[in-house]
Design a protein around this ligand. Structure first.
Ligand SMILES: [Zn+2]
Length: 319
């Protein structure tokens, strides 16, 4: 069964066995290791993170992911640099000008016209497992919008004595790592919030902001370790990680405007679908949903403003 033809025939046998119950006896001839490769997608959303501060903080896990994958750095102007509009864009693949969400008063209504990645994946194949585990509870509204919506929609509980938000982020990261290890979801979105808190309290130029970047980087490391362990244990699963942010922060803190610090965005894409060491300055948060659907074999929506970054060309040094 090692010739190309033999491989084709064994796949044909599996396809027939799947399509036609009467042909089920053919499946017994297929070798056990012929499990088809399946793509898995983990999106890590980091609130209020500027990539230049990831570099300044020398955050090891994020820098390693970027080095192992494709890195985009760009401005998202004139998109509104607020969490509600931006996470809605991450999870729909369309800009604020389409979904119409202008602030953090997020309702489910816009997702009837511009369905979330969860709805699009579940509609295409209800058998795919979609999970949202987040620190910022508003994202639970997005993940729960539409029919069908995310299979699992978890908002981490507030933690006692957690002034920086580091504890609740640790709960979110631990829950995400456990979900990856235990159930191998096809699409998982997770969101960590502590860097935005440091930005608001101390400013984007502060040492506290850098410390928060290092702290959230540790949580990213836990999720990546879970992905890598799962990929090793299940060789037919091809795990891809996407990391992005919703907005940056002004030096003295705050966002919502159009300064370079506020509109700065990045997208890290690391996994079997992405080349290492590629930089592409056109990749951003709006490309997350188109990329996830591409990887999961779901046709793109004609409404998309973003595009899949699978096979994104190397455009040279970014930002
Ligand atoms: Zn904020």
């Amino acid at each position: 069964m090692r010739s190309p033809q033999g491989k084709f025939l064994s796949h044909l046998a599996i396809a027939l066995a799947t399509a036609l119950p009467v042909a089920a006896s053919l499946a017994t001839t297929a070798p056990a290791h012929a499990d088809a490769a399946v793509n898995k997608v983990v999106v890590i959303g980091l609130d209020g993170v500027m990539y230049k501060k990831v570099q300044e903080a020398e955050a090891p896990n994020l820098l390693k992911l970027a080095a192992e994958g494709t890195l985009g750095q760009t401005s998202i102007a004139p998109h509104i640099t607020i969490s509600g509009p931006s996470w809605s864009t991450v999870l729909t693949g369309v800009w604020d000008t389409k979904h119409g969400i202008k602030n953090n008063n997020v309702t489910t209504a816009p997702f009837a016209k511009y369905p979330t990645v969860f709805t699009q994946v579940e509609k295409a194949d209800p058998g795919l497992r979609t999970v949202s585990i987040v620190t910022w509870p508003t994202i639970g509204i997005i993940a729960g919008a539409g029919d069908p919506h995310a299979d699992v929609n978890v908002r981490s509980p507030q933690q006692p004595n957690d002034p920086t938000g580091a504890k609740i982020d640790a709960v979110t990261a631990d829950s995400s790592a456990a979900a990856i290890a235990n159930e191998g979801p096809d699409f998982l979105f997770t969101h960590l919030d502590q860097v935005d808190g440091a930005g608001h309290s101390h400013g984007g130029a502060s040492t506290e902001y850098l410390a928060a970047v290092r702290s959230v980087d540790t949580q990213v490391g836990k999720i990546v370790a879970a992905v890598d362990a799962r990929a090793k244990a299940y060789p037919n699963e091809r795990w891809n990680i996407l990391v992005t942010t919703d907005h940056g922060h002004r030096p003295l803190g705050g966002h919502g405007g159009q300064s370079a610090d506020e509109t700065a965005n990045f997208l890290i894409a690391r996994g079997p679908a992405f080349k290492a060491g590629v930089t592409n300055s056109s990749n951003s948060l709006v490309d997350i949903t188109p990329t996830a659907l591409d990887l999961l074999g779901v046709p793109p929506s004609p409404d998309f403003d973003g595009t899949s970054v699978v096979n994104a060309p190397n455009l040279g040094s970014a930002g």
